[in-house]
Design a protein around this ligand. Structure first.
Ligand code: VGL
Ligand code: ZN
Length: 236
């Protein structure tokens, strides 16, 4: 009987011979104790009927529930803004959602009011089924600073503590899924690389907002930073 190593070696040889598509080989990714799944902002505001609904956002939920079964370590995030948060177009006179302004820390896209602390819109989707998730990071709770990233606020320096938590738990690899691909998922993945984690984004477990070319730019930036783009079927 072949052992696992021989089977993997055999698959490699078959692929070299052009007999197998890359996807089949990639199916070998098996999350271990040094792997964590980061489930980003699967909150009512970003789902159908929400104030900043991401197109087809609800489709990520069954995919995330499925891959989460392969992870012992799961962290979820919630976008968690104050009322009148600086990222809301409604607090900047004459500005409309999806326009941008310059703030002290850089360019800020303005959004409809969303994910206000303690509201139903800020709640995680009731359809998420990840009972083993151990930590929920809330972000964007400083009124004058946004935080797309689960690691570092938009000022580029205030930490959420997530990198230190993951390192204390001996996590080396993070897999990022959720909403939205081009904002909170991408910024989280880029910061994960900066913090030294091997980083995967599970494309079909994410959906994007795509405003002013943001989705294509996010994938380009992530590729440059060494983020690996995978599909949920790549995870064993
Ligand atoms: C997000 C826009 C504003 C996200 C959060 O979760 O991607 N996008 N706030
Ligand atoms: Zn937000």
């Amino acid at each position: 009987m072949l052992d696992r190593r021989q089977i993997v070696a055999g698959l490699g040889a078959a692929a070299l011979a052009g007999l197998l598509p890359d996807e089949l080989l990639a199916a070998a990714i098996k999350p271990d104790d040094a792997s964590a799944l980061l489930v980003i902002d699967v909150q009512n505001c970003f789902l159908p009927g929400g104030s900043l609904a991401v197109k087809d956002g609800e489709q990520v939920v069954p995919v995330i529930n499925k891959i989460a079964k392969s992870f012992a370590n799961v962290v979820m995030t919630q976008d968690w803004h104050t009322p009148g948060h600086v990222s809301f177009a409604s607090v900047h006179s004459g500005k409309k959602p999806f326009e941008t302004i310059d703030l002290a820390y850089g360019k800020q896209v303005l959004w409809p009011d969303h994910c206000v602390q303690g509201t139903d819109g800020a709640s995680l989707s009731k359809d998420l089924a990840i009972p083993q998730a151990e930590l929920i990071i809330r972000k964007g709770f400083h009124k004058d600073v946004d935080s797309y990233s689960a690691f570092t606020e938009a000022d580029g320096k205030t930490t959420t503590g997530l990198a230190a938590y993951l390192k204390a738990r001996k996590v080396k690899r993070v897999f990022v899924a959720g909403l939205a691909t081009d904002f909170c998922v991408a910024w989280t993945a880029l910061d994960a690389r900066k913090a030294g984690f091997e980083t995967y984004v599970v494309e079909d477990a994410c959906r994007g907002i795509d405003t002013q070319g943001s989705l294509a730019k996010a994938w380009t930036d992530m590729a440059k930073a060494g983020v690996k783009r995978i599909q949920s079927s790549d995870i064993a």
